[in-house]
Ligand binder design. Structure first.
Ligand SMILES: Cc1ncc(COP(=O)(O)O)c(C=O)c1O
Ligand SMILES: N[C@@H](CCOP(=O)(O)O)C(=O)O
Length: 466
């Protein structure tokens, strides 16, 4: 498989190249040159496979020829062996129509583990072959950070610098990052929002002074390998609910648009997806863009679903590219305009292309609390605030009652105990696999929301590439 940049100005790369590159050198995001497609018979033949075998079947077209099937199977076996549930991403039922896809059985209790446990191993595999070293720079609104750190802590060929917005992640989320003691792990709390952190990370990829000294890569969903691994659980859920003979809708709590874009990829590969419901909190740029075509970022409002407190959604660019006729140079101009003004209008082609599969909904604080208490009272399920936003949107979307609707449960409720307790009266305990999180000592740097300060910190602590 060959990958091209959404901005048309970077060389095409193979899977190994895009995994190690993270972001394209023109500031764009890599996408496959074409979508691999399974026939109905091929999808039917996936029924009953273990999660690992399904992952191999779904991902093989994307990784060939960089990885052999046996290499991929070995990496998946090791990655998913760390999950606390044998099914890796089990489904539970709320009622006749509503289902929950539990994506939080990995080591750090959020859906990020599904991709990052694999990505950490992919890095190790490729770096060993090349005898090389990576400097990973990431931004987190709470969950990517701990999942990425867990995946690479202590690995020799990688340094990781993880930026989180100071005071804007939950205590559990922060401690899951800052109590990890490994010489290659560097946590940085910055003044500002996740969007500020993400913008600094992206800038580093096009800063010659940094890329000239360090081989910089990404663990955020700007890295194609992240999205690829997330496609698998859409197949897993739909197959259990009757695909390929039956369509399934998905409701996805959305921030950076990575998780829901993985659902779009699954549909492109032939999975019968009825709708993809983009569920946002009050930071609703995506809801506005999909419903009115206006993609303009405001100030980020802190909410009880902090991981979705995002206004600039990186992966939306991948959708605009694919729906807008895959014209990289035109998209580069559109994105440069957005970067300068923080506002843009979608073209008709982009709007119509997106409308064919996506709908959206916005949940305010009350809607989120109501969804959490509905799940607890009617179904005995304690869900986290992000999942609640997805569930609210799933129930509001007006999907044909014959079509199952799967809400992606993106985090374990124990990551947000205060918000869950306020809504349901129940304080979810931390699962034992997280260990003595509140007894461990924290360590992190604090920096202003200033690119030069962050770049200087990274330059001082990172290992130069050969
Ligand atoms: C718990 C949780 N739910 C939902 C999201 C939004 O996912 P995405 O950024 O892929 O849209 C995030 C962060 O990414 C998250 O951590
Ligand atoms: N919600 C995320 C934000 C970063 O998203 P990513 O999927 O692009 O890594 C987080 O928890 O950090």
């Amino acid at each position: 498989m060959e990958y091209i940049s959404t901005r048309g100005g970077a060389s095409a790369l193979d899977f190994e190249g895009v995994t190690l590159a993270g972001l394209a050198s023109d500031g764009g995001l890599y996408v496959p040159r074409e979508w691999p497609r399974f026939s109905e018979a091929e999808i039917a033949a996936m029924r009953g496979l273990s999660y690992v075998e399904l992952a191999v079947r779904v991902m093989l077209p994307f990784v060939t020829p960089s990885l052999t099937e046996d290499d991929l199977r070995d990496l998946c076996t090791r990655a998913y062996g760390r999950f606390a549930h044998e099914g890796v991403t089990p489904l539970t039922q709320f009622d006749q129509q509503q289902w929950l896809l539990e994506l939080f059985h990995g080591p750090t209790l959020a859906f990020k583990d599904v991709a990052l446990q694999l990505l950490g191993r992919l890095f190790e595999h490729f770096l060993k072959q090349r005898d090389d070293h990576l400097t990973i720079v990431g931004a987190t609104s709470g969950d990517t950070g701990s999942a990425a750190i867990d995946a690479v802590a202590g690995r020799e060929r990688v340094d990781i610098f993880m930026l989180h917005p100071k005071g804007r992640v939950s205590d559990v989320q922060r401690r899951q990052m800052t109590t990890v003691r490994a010489p290659n792990v560097h946590n940085i709390a910055i003044e500002g929002s996740f969007d500020d952190a993400q913008a600094m990370v992206k800038r580093m990829f096009v800063d010659d002074a940094m890329t000239g000294r360090f081989r910089i890569s990404a663990v955020n969903s700007i890295n194609w390998a992240r999205l690829m691994a997330q496609v698998v659980y859409y197949f897993a859920a739909a197959l259990q609910l009757g695909a390929p003979e039956r369509k399934v809708a998905f409701s996805v709590p959305t921030g950076n648009f990575g998780d829901v874009f993985a659902g779009y990829v699954a549909a492109k590969m032939g999975l019968p997806v009825e709708r993809l419901i983009v569920a946002t909190n009050v930071n609703d740029i995506l809801h506005r863009a999909l419903s009115t075509g206006d993609y303009s970022a405001g100030t980020v409002t802190p909410t009880a679903a902090p991981s979705m407190d995002i206004q600039v959604s990186s992966n939306f660019e991948r959708l605009l590219f694919d729906c807008g006729g895959r014209d990289g140079l035109a998209l580069a101009e559109q994105m440069h305009g957005f970067e300068a003004t923080k506002a843009m209008q979608l073209t008709n082609a982009q709007r119509e292309g997106a409308a064919a599969l996506f709908t959206s909904a916005r949940a305010d604080a009350d809607a989120m609390i109501n969804a959490m208490s509905w799940a607890a009272q009617k179904c005995g399920e304690v869900i986290d605030p992000h999942t609640a936003i997805g569930l609210h949107a799933a129930r509001e979307a007006g999907i044909d009652p014959a079509v199952p609707v799967v809400t992606l449960a993106t985090a374990h409720p124990a990551k947000f105990p205060d918000a869950v307790e306020r809504a349901t009266g129940t304080r979810p305990p931390l699962p034992s696999r997280v260990g003595d999180l509140f007894q461990r000592e924290e360590s992190y740097a604090e920096l202003p929301g200033d690119y030069d300060a962050v770049a200087a910190y990274v330059a001082e602590h990172a290992t130069e590439s050969a």
